[in-house]
Design a protein around this ligand. Structure first.
Ligand code: PLP
Length: 361
């Protein structure tokens, strides 16, 4: 069967070249006579894989040497707890609430007994824009400010960094490495791998040295210090997922790095948004008046009714444009166009939107 264009929000499309390479190396990784899946994480061969993965992401994101890169498990959801546990020294944290994932991060911090201050929120308007806020609105004595840089469900993003004196923490699960930014502006960046990096099961945490080990006697597995001290090998790491991430990083570097993807992603999003904005039938969740807040990774849009949405999804699938169903929170359609989605997939989707509009409007 031919490969489809997969617009899944996550787990999501991976570069075909990476999948082919993994297939080639499946039975015998570089003369070791075994698959990476079968390999001891304490072996020299595997040590090189995880070292190369770290070197790859450091190069791509130009991560300064005073930051640790951790390969953890438990998804972004576990970080909703680990961050307050490790960073909330005075149990005070500020949040920008830009949608479902931010709300979950807030809920989890509250459960841990953290005094959570919502600096700004867009939930009252169904997250049709990224909440506006001023640096003065952030408490100076909070332990950190938490933001979700890209809202996977609602399709907004914000990579602007407020001038604040407390550490900035960002959930970049759905837009890490999609555009250039300065890592040094953040205290901690985290991302589940399954959107823009690799298979589910790996969580990347990039954390500034001085934010590690602030709180003594944390449970071992929930302490960043454990993982930082042991090079993410305190326990068995998700070895195969890290290997695929390494291949993705190497592939991205060969393509031209994050700058290459930024330019490509902007073009891809413009192609899809242009087709939606010019359609009579379809409307984007993030309307043109909020165009500056539009994500270049996730594009939610709707037909005028459920019948049209269903027809759109069925006919798109028949043309090899799949997993376009919207998130259950808002329904309709959603095109997730992560780094690994080829521009041809976006062109084909835009062509389909124009054809569907002509036939049904
Ligand atoms: C998908 C997603 C999550 C949840 O990630 P898990 O790895 O499933 O825990 C959290 N935040 C954002 C922004 C996401 O897109």
């Amino acid at each position: 069967m031919a490969r489809v264009y997969n617009f899944s929000a996550g787990p999501a499309v991976l570069p075909e070249a990476v999948l082919k390479k993994a297939a080639e190396q499946m039975l015998d990784y570089e003369g070791s006579g075994m698959s990476v899946m079968e390999m001891s994480h304490r072996s020299a061969v595997y040590q090189k894989i995880i070292d190369d993965a770290e070197a790859g992401i450091r190069k791509l994101m130009e991560i300064p040497s005073n930051y640790k890169v951790l390969f953890l498990q438990g998804g972004a959801n576990l970080q909703f707890l680990m961050i307050p546990m490790n960073l909330a020294v005075t149990k005070k944290a500020d949040f920008i609430d830009s949608g479902e994932w931010s709300s979950k991060a807030i809920k989890e911090a509250k459960k841990y007994g953290v005094d959570c201050h919502i600096v700004a929120s867009s939930t009252q308007d169904n997250n049709r824009y990224y909440p506006k806020y001023k640096a003065e609105d952030v408490r100076k004595d909070a332990d950190y400010l938490h933001v979700t840089s890209n809202n996977t469900i609602y399709g907004t993003k914000c990579m602007k960094v407020p001038q604040i004196s407390i550490p900035l923490v960002a959930d970049m699960s759905s837009n890490i490495m999609s555009e250039r930014f300065n890592v040094a502006d953040y205290g901690l960046i985290y991302a589940g791998a399954q959107k823009n990096i690799g298979p589910a099961g790996v969580t990347i945490v990039i954390v500034r040295d001085d934010l590690i080990g602030r709180i003594p006697n944390l449970p071992t597995m929930l302490d960043y210090k454990t993982h930082a001290d042991k090079g993410s090998m305190y326990n068995t790491p998700p070895t195969y997922g890290i290997y695929i991430a390494k291949l993705v990083f190497e592939h991205m570097i060969a393509q031209g790095g994050v700058a290459y993807y930024e330019e490509l992603n902007k073009k891809k999003a413009a192609i899809v948004y242009d087709a939606i904005d010019n359609s009579k039938l379809l409307k984007a969740h993030i309307t043109p008046e909020h165009a500056e807040d539009r994500s270049i990774m996730n594009i939610p849009f709707f037909g005028p009714n459920e019948e049209i949405n269903k027809k759109f999804l069925a006919e798109a699938a028949a043309e090899g444009l799949v997993t376009l169903k919207g998130h259950r929170n808002i329904g309709g359609m959603r095109a997730s166009i992560y780094n690994a989605m080829p521009i041809e997939g976006c062109q084909k989707l835009a062509d389909f939107i124009r054809k569907f509009d002509k036939e049904n409007a």
